[in-house]
Design a protein around this ligand. Structure first.
Ligand SMILES: Nc1ncnc2c1ncn2[C@@H]1O[C@H](COP(=O)(O)OP(=O)(O)O)[C@@H](O)[C@H]1O
Ligand SMILES: O=C(O)C1=C[C@@H](OP(=O)(O)O)[C@@H](O)[C@H](O)C1
Ligand SMILES: [Mg+2]
Length: 178
């Protein structure tokens, strides 16, 4: 099946919410292109996210992330899985709100921790206590940009992708090409 998007769809939410996996799954089932911000950024910079954090620091990473978001928002509509911290900068939130349809995937710190086997790829996850505090601090930002909210607790990636698809079809953001 090949579908079309009215505008870019951005997946936001905390690390481990399943943004990357759900966008990829939805892309496969609908025949739409998807891109992961972190993967795109790593290719562009020739470095892994964890290297960028270690060598250049978070602020430098955030500046590159904003560039990437701007670039992706300007392309033909895609499914875009954002990095969990993409909502931190007000200018990013403005891009998300003005250019796209934003799906917020909710997850608790405990469930995220149980899903993520290797936290070394996510420098800001650290430990459960830090993750809980970080989610708490970011909740208003995720809620602020969200056009739709999908709770991922206890659901498979395929089930979440189906749910998101239903939302996008109802909202007139996604339709099947005739
Ligand atoms: N709904 C889910 N149920 C179980 N495991 C999941 C689910 N969503 C994602 N995962 C797993 O959790 C890890 C992080 O998922 P990922 O898609 O990279 O999340 P994010 O991009 O939001 O950080 C991966 O190993 C993935 O397979
Ligand atoms: O929450 C964050 O600040 C981050 C989330 C990561 O992406 P995922 O949310 O896809 O894990 C990645 O962009 C980087 O490690 C920073
Ligand atoms: Mg991801």
């Amino acid at each position: 099946m090949v579908s079309e998007l009215a505008k870019p769809v951005f997946f936001v939410g905390f690390m481990g919410a399943g943004k990357t996996s759900v966008a990829r799954k939805l892309a496969r089932t609908c025949g739409i292109a998807s891109v992961d911000m972190d993967t795109y950024l790593e290719r562009r910079e020739g470095k892994r996210v964890r290297e960028l954090f270690a060598e250049a620091g978070e602020e430098a990473f955030r500046a590159i992330e904003t560039d990437v978001l701007r670039e992706l928002a300007g392309k033909d509509p895609l499914l875009v899985s954002c990095g969990g911290g993409a909502v931190l900068r007000p200018e990013n939130r403005a891009i998300l709100a003005e250019r796209g349809y934003v799906v917020y995937l909710q997850v608790t710190a405990d469930e995220a921790a149980s899903r993520i086997s290797d936290v070394s790829t996510r420098p800001l996850f650290r430990d459960l206590e830090t993750a809980r505090a970080t989610i708490e601090a970011r909740l208003p930002l995720y809620e602020d940009v969200a056009d739709a909210v999908v709770n991922t607790a206890g659901k498979s990636v395929a089930a979440i992708a189906r749910e998101v698809r239903g939302v996008l079809e109802r909202e007139g953001i996604l339709w099947q090409r005739k």
